[in-house]
Design a protein around this ligand. Structure first.
Ligand SMILES: C[S@@+](CC[C@H](N)C(=O)[O-])C[C@H]1O[C@@H](n2cnc3c(N)ncnc32)[C@H](O)[C@@H]1O
Length: 328
């Protein structure tokens, strides 16, 4: 057994069969926060993730008022050192566990929705993901005690996400729904009536990076946009449709990277950022996040470096998270 696994199981051993006594004097919601964090430790598949939840548990135990799931309490601001406030995010390897299995080509690391959800929402609030893919946002939202809805165009991916959401029994207090649909024409306000909610507090938008990855043959798929202008316009239209369903002062996080085409950089990030500013959204952050090498890139690292040196370009090691505030 690898020493990492040994450490993980000995850490888990300490939490197996822990029960909080009836007469502990703790109130029920605080007890459930503690038990949920213990459950997260037991479910972690890496030592790194288990330690992360142990950190949250320790903070909760040290101060019963501290609860990440309730959003940020500025009276306790020193307790939030795991939440980034700098514009450079070096996130390292993706966290993995039983619900973030990274099976989807083109997914993002769970740390991105973790940061945005923890920072911009409170327990029980609603998160929207109009390009939900494998559902990373939905699983992270559920984990953090938020309600969430994702829209996905590809029916096969939709079915797979739906099944995994159903197979997860914990945290069923919160709604985590995926819908098969086209975000470009979707009536997002219908969701408000359907779930009886007064608006989304956060939308995490991770569209195709134009046609770098072709997600399907469906012409409504943004990765099949015939040209750059069409791609940017369609993304802008999607966000415009989403805005009536967003709460005043809510946030939108756009996750996107750049690309090369015809020997030049196509700055998808800045083009889409400007398009969203045109909608009247207030730009609150331009975050640069490191991209870890995929297996394929690692294997061909020398080849990429050779090509870059020869042709005078730079290998992309970053993507962006543009954070906007919805002004109403
Ligand atoms: C970059 S992926 C999102 C990955 C996701 N964040 C994850 O972690 O798995 C973009 C997704 O948008 C979907 N998509 C493309 N066009 C769409 C549209 N018009 N409406 C809804 N989904 C769309 C694609 O099928 C793809 O799954």
């Amino acid at each position: 057994m690898a020493s990492n696994e040994r450490n993980l199981s000995s850490l888990k051993q300490k939490f197996i069969n822990i029960e909080l006594p009836e007469d502990s004097g703790l109130d029920d919601s605080y007890k459930s926060v503690i038990l949920r964090e213990i459950n997260q430790i037991l479910k972690s598949q890496t030592l790194e993730r288990a330690k992360h939840y142990l950190g949250i548990l320790s903070r909760n135990l040290a101060n019963p008022d501290w609860n990440i799931k309730q959003g940020i309490n500025m009276d306790l601001w020193k307790g939030y050192d795991h939440i980034y406030t700098d514009s450079l995010w070096i996130m390292g390897k993706r966290v993995s566990n039983d619900y973030h299995k990274a099976w989807y080509w083109g997914n993002f690391v769970p740390q991105i929705p973790f940061q945005l959800i923890s920072r911009y929402t409170e327990e029980g609030e609603w998160v929207l993901d109009p390009f939900c893919g494998s559902g990373t946002t939905l699983f992270e939202a559920r984990n953090l005690g938020r309600n969430s809805i994702g829209i996905e165009l590809n029916p096969d991916i939709y079915r797979k996400v739906k099944e995994s959401l159903l197979s997860e029994r914990d945290n069923s207090l919160y709604v985590s729904e995926v819908t098969n649909g086209n975000s470009l024409t979707y009536d997002f306000t219908e969701l408000l009536a359907k779930y009886d909610i007064d608006g989304f507090r956060l939308s995490i938008v991770h569209p195709p990076y134009w046609d770098i990855i072709k997600f399907s043959d469906n012409p409504d798929d943004l990765s099949n946009s015939p040209d750059l202008e069409d791609f940017v316009l369609k993304l802008k239209e999607t966000i415009k449709r989403m805005l009536p369903a967003m709460k005043p002062e809510s946030h939108i996080g756009l996750v996107i990277g750049d690309m090369y085409r015809g020997g030049e950089v196509i700055p998808l990030g800045f083009k889409t950022m400007a398009a969203l500013q045109d909608l009247g959204l207030k730009l609150r952050g331009i975050v640069v996040k490191d991209i870890q090498n995929t297996k394929a890139k690692r294997t061909n690292e020398n080849l990429w470096r050779y090509r870059a040196l020869k042709s005078g370009f730079y290998v992309f090691r970053h993507e962006y998270i543009f954070v906007f505030k919805v002004m109403k």
